[in-house]
Design a protein around this ligand. Structure first.
Ligand code: GLC
Length: 483
């Protein structure tokens, strides 16, 4: 393993916007299969993320309500012990998604323009969404109603359906497990999200737990076909926090043996097993040389919320499109999350929003997939990308609802005199004039989702203003539009 560490080399480039990564080393992998997959993954831009588990039955905030932490985003229960009884014992008996059809999910993934899929095979509560031999707290336990259904091995069925649509496959798995007696020992109370005993006093308990974790990951790596990404959540289960050493070297090496080139994302931990960074619900203000992916929800949160719940706050197709373009312009990927319902589908409004995003992407795909970042990335309401071979620059003008001007200024982008500029969606050449360090282009009239943003392909650029241009007020304003 080449121990080249980015922290110092790139500390100037890593900006404040990346607070969830700052101070964490990034180790550049030297396994060619991993580097190749990472590059391929960076071409894909959009992933479909789904949170689904027994918690969906009650429309809960994933597994979090079982945790006893006095934080503002968790409502205290009248009696946490009673609630846990309900959560762990009753919800799995009620979870019976008879409407679930993995092929429909795969169609939706394709329609939204996603090229990879990440699924919560197991969230922090430990409820296992595949037919694991390591636990009875799983969807296929014969005591649970869905056990004999055609798609009972939900993870396996989904991976298969998504692969049939050529998606890369990502397994989300949480490292902690609040159901496991050697993570939350029944001998003690469980005051918070962490292990509830002293690992140094009970090393055998901890070994038992990490063996269990290793064995579960091994099942996913062995019995579920090609897996491209292991997306590990629960960053607090880490050796630097109460000695919660998850033996990541053992786990990571086993994954690489079973799935050569697999990307391992021990999120927010840093080091060898975090091949890319995962800012959450947030778009960094700048590009970064470290590969990254923002995970973001279409609704307010990762898990399903009943349509009539006052907790919903669904992003529109236009908002999603703008956020996606902004991320792509900074060289990142978007892992866009929907929470699946108890029956196995998604809220109507959310489906509509992601379909609209997909329509826009379909029209403008050349300016998106397999592109790379080019400074100045974002100026006012314009975002830039470039083709991987550097032969073309794309300028994407973000438009607000009702805004359809005849012309747009491309600040920081002076095209060559002899350049050709085309409207990506139609391939038609458009007129332009050079204005100082900028270019003024004609905007063709657009209808429907095409009005969200207009992408231009530029054959030759004389000067991109880059960082020498400084960060304009317009760029800062544009950032604020993402909040
Ligand atoms: C956060 C949430 C967790 C969710 C994850 C997805 O860490 O706490 O519930 O699964 O984000 O990114």
């Amino acid at each position: 393993m080449k121990k080249f560490i980015f922290t110092t080399a790139f500390s100037l480039l890593a900006t404040i916007g990346f607070s969830q990564w700052s101070g964490k080393e990034y180790v550049v992998e030297n396994d060619p299969a991993v580097l190749e997959k990472l590059d391929e993954w960076q071409d894909l831009k959009l992933g479909f993320f789904v949170h689904w588990g027994a918690y969906s039955v009650d429309g809960l905030c994933e597994s979090w309500p079982v945790v006893s932490e006095d934080v503002d985003w968790l409502t205290p229960h009248a009696d946490i012990r009673k609630f846990r009884e309900h959560y762990f014992n009753e919800l799995p008996l009620q979870f019976n998604p008879t409407g679930f059809n993995p092929d429909q999910w795969a169609e939706l993934a394709e329609e939204m323009g996603a090229k990879y899929f990440v699924f919560t095979t197991k969230h922090h509560d430990g409820f296992t969404m595949w037919d694991s031999k390591q636990t009875e707290y799983k969807i296929t336990n014969p005591k649970f109603p869905y056990a004999n259904a055609k798609y009972a091995d939900i993870t396996g069925s989904l991976f298969e359906a998504m692969r049939a649509k050529n998606m890369m496959i990502g397994a989300y798995i949480s490292k902690p497990d609040w159901h496991h007696p050697y993570y939350w020992s029944p001998s003690f109370d469980s005051p918070g999200r962490n292990v509830n005993y002293k690992i140094e006093r009970h090393p055998d308990w901890w070994r038992n737990f990490t063996d269990f974790f290793y064995n579960q990951v091994e099942e996913l790596m062995t019995d579920y076909g090609n897996v491209d990404i292991l997306w590990l959540d629960g960053a607090w289960a880490d050796k630097n926090n109460q000695g919660q050493d998850m033996k990541m070297d053992e786990v990571g090496q086993m994954c690489r043996e079973k799935q050569p080139g697999i990307l391992v994302v021990d999120r927010w931990v840093g080091g060898r097993w975090e091949n890319y960074r995962t800012p959450e619900q947030h778009i960094p203000s700048e590009s970064n040389p470290i590969p990254w992916e923002t995970c973001m929800t279409v609704n307010c949160c990762f898990s399903y919320r009943f349509e009539d719940s006052n907790e919903t706050n669904v992003k529109s197709g236009r908002q999603l499109t703008h956020k996606f373009i902004d991320i792509v312009s900074k060289g990142g990927n978007l892992l866009l999350n929907l929470g699946a319902s108890p029956q196995g589908w998604f809220n109507k409004k959310e489906v509509e929003a992601v379909r609209n995003l997909g329509q826009w992407i379909k029209l403008n795909s050349e300016a998106i997939y397999a592109t790379r970042a080019i400074a100045p990335f974002a100026e006012a309401n314009v975002r830039y990308t470039r083709s991987k071979d550097n032969s073309k620059v794309y300028a994407i003008v973000l438009l607000e609802d009702g805004e359809m001007p005849d012309k747009a200024m491309l600040p920081g982008c002076l095209v060559a005199k002899r350049a050709t500029i085309k409207d990506v969606a139609t391939g038609k050449t458009v007129a332009f004039s050079r204005q100082g360090n900028a270019t003024l282009v004609d905007i063709p009239k657009k209808k429907g989702t095409a009005q969200y943003a207009v992408a231009f392909e530029i054959s030759e650029v004389e000067k991109m203003a880059g960082k020498a241009y400084g960060k304009s007020q317009a760029a800062k304003d544009a950032e604020n539009r993402n909040l």
